[in-house]
Design a protein around this ligand. Sequence first.
Ligand SMILES: C[S@@+](CC[C@H](N)C(=O)[O-])C[C@H]1O[C@@H](n2cnc3c(N)ncnc32)[C@H](O)[C@@H]1O
Length: 259
Amino acid sequence: MDEREYAQRFEVEHAHYTEDLDFWRAAAGRLGSPVLDLGSATGRVARALAHDGVEVWALDGSGAMVTQLVRRMESEPAEVRARLRPVCADLRDFALDRHFPLIVMAMNTLQVLTDHDDRLACLRAARRHLAPGGELVFDVALPDPEEITETMGIARQSGYHRDDATRTTLLHTGWYDAFDPATGTLDYTMRVEDHHDDGARSVHFRHHSVHVFPPAELNLLLAHSGLRSVQAMGDFDGSPLEPHSERQIHRCIAAGGAP
Ligand SMILES: C[S@@+](CC[C@H](N)C(=O)[O-])C[C@H]1O[C@@H](n2cnc3c(N)ncnc32)[C@H](O)[C@@H]1O
């Protein structure tokens, strides 16, 4: 995958996904500034919060993503720009001179770390950056191993977005490529087809490898990271995590009180 091309298209390729934004806005409203957005990409969540008046540190390890966020900030109003602080750093090993009442990891970001020790290092680094009483809030998918096996290789529609600025309609399709139950690593492909109003068409493939978390494994990881889940939700509407939920959304605090 060409990192620069992906970063430049990240915003438009994820513009159809907005169902979580009110949830992150409410969390920031409850816990206050500054917010640390871990794996912020080009600022899908960070920019939304900055528009609400929240100061956000947007951390990503991809120089291309951070560069694209900086470029994107140029078209934001000056007061929004002033609230955003892009940081290029590794999720597994970052040290910021700051503690945060809210740290967010949105849109499955924890799943991009396919190595157990990397996930542990990331969550421990997040814990070290929590202000007293602060929360780490993140969402990951709730896997259904049977469904993954049964639908392997089968394409399904996963999104649609009309971009009026470029007079383009984006159609998203996705399929699973491989799943290793021993490691919990899932490989999948997203196919984005651009239909321009003038009839031109282009197709973009994104190959990803992610870790899928059975709930018990996730709870163990949180415990080993010195974090305690105070609320586990199955959806961004706040409904509780159930066996049939599609998501696992955790509000975590430092175990044993203030970090
Ligand atoms: C799923 S995307 C993030 C989506 C974003 N949180 C959102 O809600 O729109 C995962 C991000 O994590 C970043 N990333 C992956 N591995 C990383 C690492 N080791 N350190 C820092 N960032 C990393 C990628 O560059 C990518 O931008």
